[in-house]
Design a protein. Structure first.
Length: 358
């Protein structure tokens, strides 16, 4: 089977790596052809060749929401796009995403929609403390500011989502899978540690509360096929959806080492009509982002010397603050042992503190 991937970043790279043993061929669509996924794909197509890319693919998927509209539309018109374009379209406007979740009985933070930044600040004052987000674009904390009596900067744009600030106990996420026949399964949820809206590391498992039920409800509402990542705030054991990602997700990288199957193979299976098994978490597991630094041989030696560890390097061109250039996977026979390895890995990667890299 020929599987087309729109985008050529690290998520596509790992999708291809994990899906190779299934006997598929993989094509990528992107402007420059030097992304991690393109470097290992069977063929790369330029944006001008998007029709040929779709025509030569048996199924088409994507590794990021902000990808070429024409390619998504054409793939959907040919019955080849998984997940569907609707799941992506909602992500292009945060207000639509919030409305969809709320309309389907999925709890989100209280929010208002504003048509100017000045109006957004007025709504934020009503909440007392709030997050103002540009409705269009933005990820990893980009395009948003905190209001707590004042704002640190003025956002440009003509539509904003103003959310009540949730003083959560912790952040969590779930990686869920739904195949083309509607069969549903999921990985154990994870506790996530973020700084400045950047994912730093996670720990699996954490208590699932109502996360699997919410994931199933959302995927059914979207008639979704493939892997989805859903981020939550947890407050007093109540779960609030922050956002969903219609693709494989950073918080699922730990499945490459600690589980019976990875999120990437599950996605390839789900979109190509293969069985999607219930994942088994063999041991407590973690993934830690490598941010804003080059591959350092001495650091790799120290991390691998910890045992039950692996390093994934994406081969991206250019190093800068906040940029995800790789990750480390860790497991431990107990949670305490895993947390010990996480602490040691953080000391190796960020000896002067992670804030200097984000």
């Amino acid at each position: 089977m020929n599987i087309g991937i729109i985008g050529t970043g690290q998520l596509g790279f790992m999708m291809i790596n994990e899906g190779r043993r299934l006997g598929n061929r993989y094509f990528t669509l992107d402007s420059n052809g030097v992304g991690p996924a393109s470097l290992i794909a069977d063929a790369h197509f330029s944006p001008e060749e998007y029709r040929k890319f779709v025509d030569e693919s048996d199924v088409v998927t994507f590794e990021f929401e902000h990808v070429m509209e024409e390619a998504l539309s054409y793939a959907q018109s040919q019955g080849k796009l998984f997940p569907s374009k609707e799941a992506v379209d909602l992500k292009k406007d945060r207000s639509r995403e919030k409305d969809f979740l709320s309309d389907h009985g999925l709890r989100v933070a209280e929010y208002r929609v504003a048509n100017s930044f000045e109006e957004a600040v007025r709504y934020a004052k009503d909440f007392g403390k709030a997050v103002i987000k540009n409705a269009y674009g933005g990820y990893d904390g980009k395009g948003q500011v905190i209001y707590d009596g004042s704002v640190s900067e003025t956002l440009k744009g003509d539509k904003f989502v103003v959310e009540e600030f949730i003083d959560f106990d912790y952040e969590a996420s779930i990686i869920a899978i739904r195949d083309r026949d509607g069969n549903f399964t999921y990985f154990d949820p994870t506790y996530n540690y973020n700084r400045e809206a950047i994912f730093i590391y996670n720990i699996a498992p954490t208590e699932d509360l109502s996360m699997p039920d919410m994931a199933l409800k959302l995927m059914q509402a979207l008639d979704y096929h493939g892997v989805m990542g859903i981020e939550f705030y947890v407050k007093n054991r109540q779960v609030i959806i922050n956002e969903y990602a219609p693709r494989v997700h950073n918080s699922g990288h730990h499945t490459l080492l600690g589980s019976s199957i990875s999120q990437f193979e599950e996605h390839v299976r789900a979109i190509s009509g293969l069985p999607v098994p219930k994942p088994v978490l063999y041991r407590p597991s973690s993934s830690i982002n490598i941010l804003g630094q080059d591959l350092d041989h001495d650091k790799v030696v120290k991390i691998l010397s910890l045992g039950e560890s692996s390093v994934y390097w994406y081969g991206k061109q250019g190093i800068r603050r906040r940029r995800k250039v790789g990750h480390v996977n860790l497991t431990g026979y107990t949670r305490d042992k895993l947390e010990e390895r996480i602490a040691k890995t953080m000391e190796v990667l960020y000896p002067d503190g992670v804030s200097n890299y984000i």
